[in-house]
Ligand binder design. Structure first.
Ligand SMILES: [Zn+2]
Length: 482
């Protein structure tokens, strides 16, 4: 008898706050954290007679998002009213899209925890407005803040192509990276700029006919961790239901962050009928090919493509490519490599010394005073053994502070590595004379003793002696004269 196989089918509806400076249908600002109800007007408060005017910038950001997900943008879209009463939605309806959305049929690839490439189909990308925010105070009532009411959102709906909570997290991380890269959204999670509804059911395949549970929807998850934990809980719940022959009911659930459980909110039978219809205040919107092309030109190379290219063109490991791209350091790296530096050495320096300095000084790569050509020059000096790797770190410290050429710093401070045969011979002879006991240890078979002697030469030269040559010179003198 073969073991039963349980396969979760998970689809997502992701609400992303677009990076528009004003709301979707009025000129109110969208800045986060302002005092309650200071970014409102008759339009977003839904006062009688106020008419919405579509924000072109929000539509452009929506197109950016859709095309980055490879979804086809329709030449004509229509806004509709989704009717429901909710205290923080004062109009009594939300402006959204149903029959004629912005875009459909896209895809997004991500790499799962096992390093395999996976693809998720994107069913649609549509535009809608956000609702306000309710704060419930026990004993006092509910406080309403309409600052968020009318903020432009893109809703990204996937097909149920995800099969584990871990895959969902990887997918969301990839989506966040793409949205940030294109500038469609800054995806500040702590400001609720990405919120997620998840749909899940589980199929059991074994000896007999495959069986499946009804779909559960978990609403309004606002952290990746919350999404992952809620789905882990739901996968177990659906599996247990199959095991006791309970198909469950189609229902909406909520995630209790504290208790780490989901609980039923309402069953689908009593779900709202939203009575969508075209918003008579908003004409159908035509989207020209020129506008779509203009947005496509802004997308450029996506992070996943860039990682692959860095691996192929520069021979970097996938780990290095990932660190450079996710850290926003890939552009700088490529310029250093173009200036002639060895790619592997350049990557190591950027991920090590350079990243450490950015961190310590709390600056971005754009604010770093060292030009890519100057770093290439420094790495070249190490390569040609003009300076040692240790001295290079000192020189780098000065470059970061003053933005000067490494050649000038080395020249000025006399840091050039000592590779001169006669000079090294003289130093080696001196050290051997001063430490006869260590020399006899070495001759007695203590290989490590030589390291101490090399260290003495480095000390006498302020770290400038070429350690490899100093080592050779010491062996030569001891075997000749010892
Ligand atoms: Zn407004």
């Amino acid at each position: 008898m073969t073991a039963d196989k349980y396969t979760p089918l998970i689809g997502l509806e992701i609400h992303v706050a677009l990076a528009a400076e004003s709301k979707m249908f009025c000129r109110c600002a969208t800045e986060f954290g302002r005092p309650p109800n200071t970014q409102v007007c008759p339009v977003c408060l839904g006062l009688p007679g106020a008419l919405p005017v579509l924000n072109r910038g929000a539509v452009e950001l929506g197109i950016l998002c859709a095309r980055a997900l490879d979804a086809g943008v329709y030449p004509r879209m229509q806004f509709e009213r989704k009717n429901y009463h909710y205290p923080d939605l004062p109009k009594g309806y939300q402006i959204s899209q149903l029959a004629a959305p912005l875009a459909e049929d896209g895809r997004l690839s991500y790499t799962d925890d096992g390093g395999r490439d996976r693809e998720v189909r994107i069913r649609r990308v549509h535009l809608e407005e956000d609702a306000g925010k309710s704060t419930h105070r026990p004993g006092e009532g509910t406080l309403l803040d309409f600052n968020r009411c009318g903020v432009a959102l893109a809703e990204v709906v996937t097909e149920p192509d995800l099969h584990s909570p871990e895959d969902v997290r990887r997918f969301l991380e990839q989506l966040r990276e793409i949205l940030r890269h294109t500038g469609a959204s800054e995806v500040r999670m702590e400001e609720g700029e990405l919120r997620c509804d998840v749909n899940i059911n589980v199929v059991r395949a074994g000896e007999g006919t495959p069986e499946r549970t009804e779909i559960s929807e978990v609403k309004n998850l606002s952290s990746f961790r919350g999404v992952e934990r809620a789905l882990q809980y739901e996968v177990q719940r659906h599996r247990a239901a199959l095991d006791r022959d309970d198909p469950l009911t189609h229902e909406t659930r909520h995630w209790d962050e504290e208790r780490e459980v989901t609980f039923s909110a309402r069953s689908k039978e009593e779900a709202h009928d939203y009575r969508y219809f075209p918003d008579p205040d908003l004409l159908p919107v035509r989207i020209s090919r020129a506008m779509v092309r203009e947005m496509e030109a802004e997308i450029g190379e996506l992070p996943a493509q860039r990682r692959r290219r860095l691996e192929q063109d520069y021979g970097l490991s996938s780990y290095d490519a990932d660190v450079l791209v996710s850290g926003g350091l890939a552009g700088y790296f490529e310029k250093v490599a173009e200036e002639g530096a060895d790619p592997k050495e350049a990557a190591n320096w950027i991920m090590g010394e350079l990243a450490a300095h950015l961190n310590a000084l709390d600056i971005t790569i754009e604010e770093l005073p060292v030009q890519p050509g100057q770093l290439a020059q420094l790495l070249g000096m190490v390569d040609s053994e003009e300076i040692s790797g240790k001295i290079a770190k000192d020189v780098w410290g000065e470059m970061v502070e003053e933005g000067r050429d490494p050649g000038d710093i080395v020249q000025e401070r006399g840091l050039r590595q000592i590779s001169d045969d006669e000079q090294l011979e003289e130093l080696a002879r001196e050290v051997v004379g001063e430490h006869e006991d260590v020399v006899s240890d070495y001759l007695g078979g203590k290989e490590k003793a030589l390291g101490f002697l090399v260290g003495q030469i480095m000390q006498k030269t302020g770290g400038k002696a070429n350690p490899q040559l100093a080592n050779e010179k010491l062996r030569e003198i001891i075997s000749r004269e010892g």
